[in-house]
Design a protein around this ligand. Structure first.
Ligand SMILES: [Zn+2]
Length: 201
């Protein structure tokens, strides 16, 4: 099983660490997000580095960043900047699944359940690989990448629901990106203002 972001050890190598994604036996690599961003930035045409251009990369591998406070790597669904990187594996592995999921996985032997049964029970409450809900969720992160530039680097929102809400739980992510994918009043206002600016140019 792949470890969730907060469980990565400080000693884990950054590159080429192969993780098996449980039952589907999928291999992924986890990569330092800022390192990856630097590599991609070098291949962007110099004429497209201005704010009038925006580059978004959808990455299959797990993108992580190192937190100096807790000395651990954290999975990131998105690294904003030039380019912005949206990690599909980061969407799956970053935000936490429901507490009941972890509780049952921990006690599955006592409860006489297997992992598959628990995954099926909670399937609606988290996105998985090959999940069609990944499309609207990744779209939400692309919107966040746009707002990173519209808000001078502050794309997260504390209003719930809003597509820019910083979801720490999969259920929040599904609600804000799939069930009720709306922008809050504040961010609709920022978008309208930006649109006026673009119309004048
Ligand atoms: Zn908002």
């Amino acid at each position: 099983m792949i470890q969730r972001s907060h469980e990565f050890l400080d000693t884990a190598p950054l590159h080429e660490l192969q993780n098996s994604l449980g039952d589907i036996d999928r291999k992924i690599t986890f990569i330092d997000g800022f390192y990856l961003q630097r590599i991609y930035s070098r291949i962007i045409d110099k004429n497209e580095m201005q704010s009038s251009h925006m580059h978004v990369i959808f990455e299959d591998n797990l993108v992580c960043t190192h937190d100096e406070n807790d000395k651990r790597y954290h999975a990131r669904p998105i690294i904003c900047g030039s380019p912005s990187i949206i990690s599909i594996a980061g969407i799956v592995e970053g935000p936490a699944k429901p507490k009941g999921y972890y509780f049952k996985q921990m006690l599955k032997d006592l409860l006489s359940l297997n992992s598959k049964e628990i995954e099926n029970e909670f399937a609606d409450s988290y996105v998985s690989h090959e999940d069609p809900r990944l499309v609207p969720v990744a779209t939400g992160y692309a919107i966040q990448a746009v707002f990173f530039f519209l808000t001078n680097g502050n794309p997260f929102c504390s209003n719930y629901p809003c597509r820019l809400f910083n979801s720490h739980w999969q259920e929040e992510l599904i609600y804000t990106q799939v069930i009720k994918p709306v922008l809050c009043k504040d961010h609709l206002g920022i978008l309208a203002k930006a649109n006026e600016g673009f119309s004048r140019d």
